[in-house]
Design a binder for this molecule. Structure first.
Ligand SMILES: [Zn+2]
Length: 277
């Protein structure tokens, strides 16, 4: 995962600054009209969704890396060199403060109103699929069905050879898990590590959704983590309408038809309600 390259020239409208309730509803009406006219709407969510469930982001003013420093970015090569040693170190060594804070927050997190609204939008046929960059499994918990977790799911293990995944539930292994029972390959957490490529099946499925989309709802994503963020530019280049719901301006803003300055927890229930009228 690396940072998004230089910003593209602006082709979208000016972002709507956060204003009155009337202005908020007017922008929601605009989004609802686009969603209604679209044939295939794909959501893409980022860290902002998780922040609203109390999970701290890595980046930004309150980010874990800002507080504790940027960790090493070669976690995957460490893992591949010595998987058993990696699992043993995970159990025995003193864990970085930022990892402790993140694990505690993830363990206690619950889906918020925005997650449930997305699940309802899918159920009602207004949203065809969701590509999430979050690993917290909250989209799944909220009931999203056609869900692609592009950075993995913290509650699953994955074989790095054949990609077979096993759900852990609440069980967290303390030692190296057994080799894959499909192919004998090495098993790791499904969560994509720094330096680890996005698994081929997940990347292909994400790309297939983006290729089908004529509208993409980008929610709570700063659009800075590649290759996931690149999908948004691919969608725009293919003619899809990009809508952004994010409290602050992002690199994506210039290519958005509509940019709503709001949280997911506020905007998505309103969108759901507006579409139902
Ligand atoms: Zn396998």
């Amino acid at each position: 995962m690396t940072s998004e390259p230089a910003q593209r020239p602006s082709s979208g409208q000016s972002p709507s600054p956060r204003g009155s309730e009337e202005e908020l509803q007017a922008t929601i009406d605009q989004i609802a009209a686009i969603v209604t006219e679209s044939d295939y709407v794909v959501g893409m969510t980022g860290a902002g969704m998780s922040v609203e469930s109390g999970i701290p982001p890595f980046r930004g003013a309150d980010g874990l890396w800002t507080k504790y420093g940027t960790p090493r970015m070669d976690g995957y090569s460490d893992f591949k060199k010595d998987p058993t040693g990696w699992w043993n170190r995970r159990t025995n060594e003193k864990i970085d403060a930022h990892i402790v804070e993140l694990r505690d927050a993830l363990t206690n997190a619950e889906p918020h109103k925005g997650h449930y609204a997305l699940a309802e939008l899918e159920k009602q046929g207004s949203l065809q699929s969701l590509v999430t960059q979050n690993i917290d499994a909250l989209d799944e918990k909220a009931g999203l069905q056609n869900l692609i977790e592009i950075h993995g799911n913290r509650t699953k293990l994955r074989c790095i050879e054949c990609g077979d995944r096993v759900s852990l539930g609440d069980f967290v292994p303390l030692f190296a898990p057994d080799p894959c029972n499909q192919c004998g390959g090495v098993v790791k957490f499904d969560t994509v590590m720094f330096g680890e490529p996005i698994p081929d099946d997940v990347m292909a499925a994400s790309r297939a959704e983006i290729d089908k989309a004529d509208c993409v709802l980008a929610i709570g994503t700063s659009a800075t983590v590649r290759p996931a963020s690149g999908l948004l530019w691919i969608a725009e280049a293919s003619g899809a309408t990009i809508i952004e719901i994010n409290p602050t301006e992002t690199k994506l803003t210039p290519i958005c038809e509509v940019s709503l300055r709001s949280t997911a927890g506020e905007a998505l229930p309103l969108l759901l309600q507006t579409l139902a009228i």
